[in-house]
Every structure is written in C-alpha cells, then in structure tokens.
Write a protein that binds this ligand. Structure first.
Ligand code: ADE
Ligand code: ZN
Length: 336
C-alpha cells in the first residue's frame, strides 16, 4: 500500500462498532489511575505491562484485561478513559462509535452500578461537545457468568435504559453458547434495546447460528468462523447481517497467524457486510486507523474495498436512516 492510501484511510469518515472501552485503557493511564486511587500495581513499569501482552488465545487476554480494569474506581476514571479513546478515534477519522462496556466486571469488585455508566455517559457527552463525535453505549453481559447475573445486570440498568443503544455478549466464548442467554436477550429486546453478540471468534459456526436464531441479534461481533459453513455464509449475506471484524485482535489472539491470512478480503468477496474495528486497542497494538491500514496493506485492499468497509460501518450502525445517509454522502464526497 502506498502512503497516499494510508492518508486516504485516515481521512475517510468512519464509525467504530466493536470497541470495548475497558480495552482502550493504555498502560500509562493504568498507572495514572492506580496512583491517584492508591491501588498497587503488580507491574513496575509501562514497559513491563506491555511485555505481558503476549497472548496465545482469548482467555490469556481476558485474564489480564479484567485485572487491568481494577484501577477504574470512580466516574472521573471512566470519563477520562473514554475521552482518551475518543481523541484517538478522532485522529483516525472516526466520527461515530458504538462502544461496549462490561458492568459486571465492575459491580463484581464492589463498585456501584452507576459509577461506570455515569462516567462513560459523561465522557460521551464531552466527546460530542469537544470533538463532534457521536456515540452509543452497549452494555455487555459476561458469558462466563450465569444468566441470572445477566438478568440482574439488566435490572440494575433500568434507570439508564434510554441512555443505552443495546446489549451485547462477550468474554470467554467456548463453552458458553448464546443459547445460555435467550431469556435475558428476549427481555432486552422487549425493553427496546438492540442486540449484538460475540460469536465465531473462537467458537464454532453453531454459535453464530444460535446468535441469529435463538438470540435474534441485529449484529454479529467477529463472525470469523462463519466462513467454515457455506449455508451460514449464505444466510448472513442474504440477511445483510453486519459483522464487526477486528483484524489486529485476531492476530494478537492467534485467531489468524498472519494478517496476510486474515479473512477480511474473503468476507468482502463473498458479499458479507464486514466492518473493520479495533476491539481492545490498548492490548492489541492499534486503534481503528491501524486496523484499516495494516489490513489494507496485508491484503492489498483496493480503494473501493476500503470505502466499502467505511460505508458498512454506517449502514451497520444503530444510527437512524437520515444520519446514515448523511455519513454515506460525506464518504462519497471525500472519495470523489
Ligand atoms: N472482551 C473484551 N474483548 C473481547 C473479545 N475480543 N472477545 C470476547 N470478549 C471480550
Ligand atoms: Zn470484542
């Protein structure tokens, strides 16, 4: 890829649809929050933290990610973490984001439910005001916990429902199929929330089928392993289901061995509605801009394919039709 393509990518208006805000916590900020909250860190330096980010699978990562979130203690921490992310997004041409958070990670260590959500909502407001970035908040249920805990979390969120765009499902995938969460997803839908679920990151194609047929999701997060099942691919193409794909995450978690083997181009060739996202950028070595540029370079994506990824990020978003149309027109104007 040429430098001009890289500049083209960074200036291209885009939305991020798969971003765990706790996964945007950079080691520098981890130390800063640890210091101001009087929390001892099990590491001596930023370099030591980064050196620990060598993962061979999803669980390796999750263990250290939940530990890192322990420095988040008050609303200001969540606000500041979110704003740091939005600044990075802005620098990469991002104009909209639908961000995940994991309330159970925080309530299970004793924080009141309100701390994370109020802090994040405040950060989202600041980002809109200072950077002109719009955003939505998606509350994820941790799938390694049981459905009762997810249901209690949905109940705790009742006073904030109008501030959430949807619910999601994340954490350890294998052994925790979507079918485990049918009741809570039905309850979330009845409350007017959109539905998404991580499926087919490490888990089999059957988990993607379950997310579609049992949870009735609006979006699939990852979806890589759907490619193993031609009937499933056909179903995803026919229903224009958006896949929120995360190339650098897939590389760091050994879902692929090399970016050159990444299925992003194959997904586009098959007619799947793929998008390009960063997942947990502080842990996986790159924000959305780097996910676009490194994938485009590794797979030799054309400008048309890069533009398709950006357009998919808006048509696959939970924005209303009028706003989607405005963003698509901005992409057309930019690409012309
Ligand atoms: N939580 C944060 N990042 C995740 C991922 N990539 N998969 C599942 N759960 C996660
Ligand atoms: Zn994820």
């Amino acid at each position: 890829m040429t430098d001009t393509n890289e500049d083209f990518i960074l200036g291209l208006p885009k939305a991020e649809l798969h971003l765990h805000i706790e996964g945007s916590l950079e080691p520098e900020q981890m130390f800063e929050f640890g210091r101001r909250n009087g929390i001892d860190m099990p590491f001596n330096s930023v370099e030591e933290v980064r050196a620990a980010y060598a993962f061979s699978n999803l669980q390796d990562f999750l263990d250290i990610y939940y530990q890192g979130a322990g420095v988040l203690q008050n609303e200001q921490d969540f606000h500041d973490m979110a704003m740091a992310y939005f600044r990075r997004l802005h620098a990469d041409g991002g104009v909209h984001a639908e961000i995940f958070f994991d309330p159970q990670t925080h309530t299970d260590r004793g924080l009141p439910f309100s701390i994370a959500i109020d802090g994040l909502l405040a950060g989202m407001k600041t980002a809109e005001r200072e950077l002109g970035i719009s955003s939505g908040l998606i509350m994820c249920f941790l799938r390694h916990l049981d459905e009762d805990s997810a249901m209690q979390t949905l109940k705790a969120a009742e006073p904030w429902l109008e501030h959430l765009v949807g619910v999601g499902l994340d954490s350890s995938e294998v052994g925790h199929p979507p079918s485990k969460f049918q009741k809570v997803f039905k309850a979330a839908k009845e409350r007017g929330l959109t539905l998404s679920a991580h499926a087919g990151e490490e888990g089999p194609p059957e988990y993607v089928w379950e997310a579609l047929d049992l949870l009735k999701v609006d979006r699939i997060d990852h979806g890589n392993r759907a490619l193993e099942d031609p009937a499933l691919v056909q179903r995803l193409v026919a229903s224009e289901m958006t896949l929120t794909v995360c190339p650098l995450s897939n590389l760091k978690l050994c879902v692929v061995n090399d970016l050159k083997d990444h299925p992003m181009k194959r997904m586009l060739d098959l007619g799947l509605k793929a998008t390009c996202n960063s997942d947990d950028p502080a842990y996986f070595g790159g924000y959305i801009g780097e996910n676009f540029t490194r994938t485009a370079r590794a797979l030799d994506l054309s400008r048309a394919e890069i533009v398709t990824l950006a357009k998919n990020s808006f048509t696959g978003s939970f924005l209303d039709e009028e706003r989607v149309a405005r963003h698509l027109a901005a992409i057309d104007a930019y690409a012309a």
